[in-house]
Write a protein that binds this ligand. Structure first.
Ligand code: NAP
Ligand code: HSE
Length: 442
């Protein structure tokens, strides 16, 4: 058997500790598959005294991940710390510059520096593998980078954040409170170190930016993404969605349009009978529309130690199996220098259906005024429902308020924004309007 592949792991939290443990426990199987043993020879984390659930007594310890990347006797630097800047960025750059292969689960890092790091890896002839960075255990990166090479992709979209899907599912199925389920997602190891990245949609945007680059051969452009999180989704929205035959999911969507590439992350109404609506809990799903395949849907565990470690170990095994001197393929499926700048489609040109929930004063003429605003902006309504329900009153704090729920036919973002601005000016709203986009979904 050939020499062992030596790993340095920086980060021993939810993901890193699972990777180290599984490599120790499944060493014989991995060695048989890869034709050589895989060994963890160096690690870095902040607290040396913490129990990681795996024996690391014979492994070299580094307090500084960059020192590990520069000095340790390793073949692969495995970055599992997180963060776009600081230790993760510095140490990954140092490892690549030294000519080490890198495996990372860090979508924030790649969203900010993916093209620069890919160029460095390609220049050094090493791999920068990041399967775990998008959709946890689902092998979507390899699928898009390798298996779909001959396809033209028109749209990629999906549920890309396990924490948000877990929260929305439990809010819908159990009527649970947002804050309680977020705390559970954190204790299960799904959430980011700063969970606002999950609930405000940034994590989904980071992942979407990587899928966009793979789908359209463009540079990673996370700052171009239209972003809304789930923190203002209420039980009233979830109930209204159910009544109208929809479920609410946080989707990331990237598609080619006449005006450029549209990238957006927002809570989305998907038809209750679509496959994506059935994707519950921490499960993620990614749908890829191509000219040769129609729609391909991949689904599986999107977060958590074991699922993410599965993807990290797959990336490590690919390196262990690669032949010495073999020219590695480019990180984003085409050379970093050939990735094109994204031509950004303006969000106001987005076309689709919309759900609009208004809480209004219960007085004559309001209903007609709403209908007129919609008609004046050229918006055709699929339905308009009025609820004199207690929920509307409770939410607004006024006993006489009622909810008006509109579902539009296909229209534009600009028309909806204009209509909502006009309704807001008319002076009968008792709370901020809620607007949720509707998506055609698999
Ligand atoms: P985590 O539980 O917070 O673990 C982070 C680890 O990094 C800890 O061991 C921490 O050390 C170490 N660390 C952080 N900053 C450091 C520094 N400056 N120097 C040395 N060590 C440092 O995070 P995680 O959930 O495992 O996530 C790790 C990465 O995987 C992130 O990029 C995340 O986005 C990504 N990811 C996570 C999941 C998931 O389900 N959790 C899924 C996919 C991708 P201490 O333990 O000593 O504090
Ligand atoms: N916090 C992320 C999520 C981890 O909940 O999806 C997986 O990337």
């Amino acid at each position: 058997m050939s020499d062992a592949l030596k790993l340095g792991i920086a980060g021993l939290g939810t993901v890193g500790a699972n990777v180290a443990r599984l490599i120790a426990e499944r060493g014989d199987d991995l060695a048989r598959q890869c034709g050589r043993p895989i060994r963890v020879t160096a690690v870095a984390a902040r607290d040396k005294t913490k129990d990681r659930g795996v024996d690391l007594s014979s492994v070299q310890w580094f307090d500084d991940p960059a020192a590990l990347a520069r000095d340790a006797d390793i073949d692969v630097f495995v970055e599992l710390m997180g963060g776009a800047e600081g230790a993760a960025h510095v140490s990954v750059k140092a490892a690549l510059a030294r000519g080490l292969h890198v495996v990372t689960a860090n979508k924030a890092l790649l969203a900010a520096h993916g093209v620069e790091l890919a160029a460095l890896a390609e220049d050094k002839g090493v791999l920068l593998n990041f399967e775990a960075a998008v959709a946890g255990g689902i092998p979507v990166i390899k699928t898009m980078r390798e298996s779909l090479s001959g396809n033209r992709v028109s749209r990629v979209y999906g549920i890309l954040n396990g924490t948000c899907n877990y929260i929305l599912t439990r809010m819908e199925k159990e009527g649970a409170a947002f804050a309680d389920v977020l705390a559970d997602a954190q204790s299960l190891g799904y959430a980011e170190a700063d969970p606002t990245f999950d609930i405000e949609g940034n994590d989904t945007a980071h992942k979407l930016s990587l899928l966009t680059a793979l789908a359209f051969g463009t540079q990673v452009a996370a700052d171009d993404i239209y972003l809304e999180g789930i923190s203002n989704i209420s039980q009233a929205d979830i109930r209204a969605a159910r009544e109208l035959g929809y479920r609410i999911k946080l989707l990331g969507v990237a598609q080619r349009t006449e005006t450029g590439i549209e990238q957006r992350v927002h809570p989305t109404m998907v038809p209750v009978n679509s496959v994506i609506a059935q994707v519950d809990g921490v499960t993620n799903a990614v749908a890829i529309s191509t000219d040769l395949l129609g729609e391909l849907l991949l689904s599986g565990p999107g977060a958590g130690g074991a699922a993410t470690a599965s993807a990290v170990i797959g990336d490590i095994a690919d390196i262990a199996k690669s032949r010495p001197g073999f020219q590695h393929g480019p990180v984003f499926g085409r050379p970093a220098a050939k990735l094109e700048a994204v031509q950004k489609a303006p969000m106001k040109a987005h076309a689709g259906g919309y759900f609009i929930r208004l809480t209004v004063e219960d007085k004559t003429g309001v209903f007609a005024s709403i209908a007129r605003a919609m008609a004046d902006m050229g918006i055709s309504l699929e339905s308009i429902v009025q609820h004199a329900g207690a929920s509307a009153g409770k939410e607004s704090g006024k006993g006489s308020a009622k909810a008006v729920i509109l579902v539009t036919h296909e229209t534009t973002e600009q028309a909806v924004r204009n209509a909502v601005a006009r309704i807001s000016k008319d002076g009968y709203l008792t709370s901020t309007p809620q607007v949720i986009r509707i998506e055609r979904a698999a």
